[in-house]
Design a protein around this ligand. Structure first.
Ligand code: 5AD
Ligand code: SF4
Length: 466
């Protein structure tokens, strides 16, 4: 039943543009929920919106600059609406908001509200204040109150097969290049009971696959009802008991926090998908030490060997930075050589970007952009070759595919393999939301094509008792 506040106000349009990581995508969903009781409905049309939120990323300079160019477009739109007698409120959320706060207000007069990731549960109040007083506000404290507890329960009524659930935020690792410990604050883990309940609600709405999110997700340490500490492995085991959840994933992990239990889980929990995103950042021990990564290249390789011992077919993904201050050609060679030895199924690679306030920004030996560019091109060619090799090796195999939607061509549906590859097949729409066995027939540049296993009989899967 719609609540009184929704009925009392005519629907207003809300447009959220999300930059950056999956945690921001999750926060965007939650912001839409926070604003729903105030009468805001989501629209894809920025021009049509009474409230525009940019949920921003500060991880690299380029990401932060994108926000200001987007604000230029928002300003033109706000002026065009104003000419038609319609007001537009503009909010900047996320990590740029957290890092730059007042600076955004000074640099971009179009912005009415600046709200950091720890304060998004306050958004409805901030919007109401801006509307009634016309004052611009900045809310970037790390409040003592638990923002997850203050957020409304997810209930958008939408049907998604896969969902993200943030279980941990912030980071205490302080890699010297990274802004996260400053923008997202100290490491914080949500309580297991709260997460289990959220996953139950999601599974009752048709979600079959859950990806647990955290900046440093394997440092997870929630306290259980018994007062004991829960590791990420314990949390995953508990979530696997939900009969309607068929697949579990987690990201992003730090090599230092890959404990034995978590590695063992890849061998003995069939619902935990064989895919692990484990950034190594650089292959040279000298650079790794300067990055404060707390592991050497040999530590990383030994860890990968243990994980592959437990789950030989695991798809490995990583993050790599080129051109960290002081990186020589020989250091970069070590990055290439480690990349060759590990054979990643997927990878994200970046030019080092000096972030104000981080220790590495003040180091001597900043690498010229032209060198970073060259190194990135060489690395990306190698990573692409490795990715294609992994995809090619799955051709001819039969794999369970979780179907999430229709394909681009009529009669086609699309889903994900256990290794997170996109798979397209000819098949009935009734399979969307379900897992079916597929024989992989070809690997294209970005996806696989397959044929539904012949004689495949579709059965209604078990539903959660909620
Ligand atoms: N410059 C370049 N890449 C960075 N990352 C984080 N900070 C920086 C930076 N200052 C990359 C890391 C991290 C990923 C999310 O972004 O590889 O794992
Ligand atoms: Fe940033 Fe990840 Fe290092 Fe934490 S572990 S400081 S989030 S790169």
């Amino acid at each position: 039943m719609p609540n009184k506040r929704t009925m009392a106000t005519s629907p207003k349009k809300l447009h959220i543009k999300t930059f950056g990581c999956q945690m921001n995508a999750y926060d965007s969903e939650r912001m839409a929920e926070v604003l729903q009781p105030a009468g805001y409905e989501l629209t894809d049309e920025a021009n049509d919106a009474d409230l525009v939120i940019l949920n921003t990323c500060h991880i690299r300079e380029k990401a932060a600059e994108k926000v200001y160019s987007e604000l230029g477009r928002v300003r033109l739109n706000k002026e065009a609406r104003k000419a038609k007698g319609r007001d537009t409120l503009v909010a900047v959320a996320g990590c740029v908001a957290q890092a730059e706060g007042e600076e955004i207000i000074a640099r971009a007069p179009v912005v009415d509200i600046v709200v950091g990731p720890q304060s998004l549960h306050r958004l409805a109040d901030l919007v109401a204040e801006a509307q009634s007083t016309g004052k611009r506000s900045v809310e970037t404290e790390f409040p003592a109150e638990d923002k997850f507890a203050a957020l409304p329960v997810r209930a958008d009524g939408k049907r998604h097969v896969s969902a993200f659930v943030t279980v941990q935020e912030g980071c205490d690792k302080f890699c010297t290049f990274c802004v996260v410990p400053y923008t997202r604050g100290a490491e914080y883990s949500r309580e297991p009971a709260e997460i289990v309940a959220e996953v139950e609600r999601l599974s009752a709405r048709g979600v079959r696959e859950v990806t647990l999110l955290g900046q440093n997700v394997n440092a997870y340490h929630g306290s259980g009802v018994d007062g004991g500490r829960w590791s990420l492995a314990q949390l995953l085991r508990k979530l696997a008991e939900n009969p309607a959840i068929e697949r579990l994933r987690f990201t992003t992990s730090h090599p230092h926090d890959m404990d034995d239990d978590l590695i063992a889980l890849f061998g003995d929990e069939p619902k935990l998908m064989p895919y692990l995103h484990l950034p190594f950042q650089a292959g040279s021990d000298r650079i790794l030490a300067a990055m404060n990564r707390k592991h050497t290249a040999a530590d990383y390789e030994a860890l990968i060997a243990r994980i592959r011992d437990t789950r030989p077919d695991i798809a490995l993904s990583t993050d790599i930075i080129v051109g960290f201050p002081g990186e020589t050609d020989a250091d970069f060679e070590e990055t290439l050589s480690l990349t060759r030895r590990v054979r990643f199924a997927q990878a994200f690679s970046f030019k080092y970007s000096a972030r104000p306030g981080t220790p590495a920004a003040n180091l001597d030996g900043q690498v010229p952009d032209s060198v970073k560019k060259e190194r990135l091109a060489v690395l990306q060619a190698l990573l692409e070759e490795s990715r294609r090799g992994f995809d090619q090796a799955t051709v001819g195999r039969r794999m369970p595919v979780l179907f999430g939607g229709k394909g681009r061509k009529p009669g086609q549906i699309t889903g994900r393999s256990p290794y997170l590859q996109a798979v397209h097949v000819e098949g009935p729409d009734t399979l969307i939301g379900h897992i079916a066995e597929v024989d992989i027939s070809a690997a294209g540049p970005n996806s696989l094509t397959g044929v539904m296993k012949s004689g495949f009989e579709w059965r209604e899967p078990v539903q959660a008792a909620v």
